[in-house]
Design a protein around this ligand. Sequence first.
Ligand SMILES: *Cc1c(COP(=O)(O)O)cnc(C)c1O
Length: 364
Amino acid sequence: MRAHVEINLKAIAANIERAKNSTTANVLAVVKADAYGHGLVPVAKAALNAGASWLGVALVEEAHALRDAGITAPVISWLTPISEDFDAAIKANIDLAVPSLAHLVVIEEAGRRTGIKPRVHIEIDTGMTRGGLLDEWADFLKVIGGADVHVVGAWTHFARADEPLEAFTDSQIERFENALGELRGVGINPEIIHLSNSAASLTKVGAHKDLVRLGIAMYGLSPDVTHMGAGESLNLQPAMTLKAKLHLVKSVPAGSAVGYGGTAVTGTATKIGIVAMGYSDGIPRNTSSAAGVSFKGQRAPILGRVSMDQFVVDLGITSEAVTGDEVTVFGENGYSVDEWAAAAGTINYEIVTRIASRVPRIYG
Ligand SMILES: *Cc1c(COP(=O)(O)O)cnc(C)c1O
């Protein structure tokens, strides 16, 4: 195997316990996007075993995959075009977000066709300006009281909770409370109020309400290294380690231009390693030498551009690495996901979610 991802399910369990210890709310484990690249079903099962009581996904297909795996815990799917097969979703006991009047109409119709009352969570746009009811709110209030749905929850999503000192989150909470009051005014009393993502789960107790939606923190990573510090400082344990084989190790003279465009030139004679992974595997092409791999704890920075299936690292003239050895790209005893993210000008979320499905996941 030229590369693989190791997933530490004990770290995921520890991160859930850490979240549970700092809240009275229940925990919804966010497992969208193949559990942020960690593997949908194994992570969902580990999260439920560790005390999460809900699962959250973006796509209805992801929710079906959980049901097909025999998982019976409540699941919310919150990104459903109105052309979705809501009949199948309702039959599979999948909770649905309602972000618009059009959604309410098609979900009600599906409920009538299936003879099962749809379980819905009213999504309110309180300032994220992405999903959720905003301009239709007054009209929604007129119809929701008589709608043929079971309103299980009401929820919103924070735009800036990863900046703990930012007052915008408080303004979102206030707008949410007002909307909730208006819902109650028309006789709708959702049982489960949920607002918090990882950042708010870690910093904003007042926003926890009944359920926190734990995503990145469950995977042991910080929602925002700049404003909240790295995962370790938040007592989180990273769950993903990426390892790859050195396809080749060879010595090159000083002045060697490495890779497409010859963008890196060796300053001295050195040993280079060709790592058998590339941008098609989710290694960002624009990664700078601020990232690299480690061999037995020794760091080897990237040289030049990342290719489709491979990239080159500078092992150093004294390295003992030989062709066929294994290196750690990121994770345990290596560069951190955050270092890779910084080197690529992106965030840790993007690094872990983009590791391609052709890289096998191994669970421990
Ligand atoms: C992705 C997502 C989350 C989790 O966000 P994190 O920052 O990873 O904790 C929570 N709620 C919704 C609606 C999401 O889409």
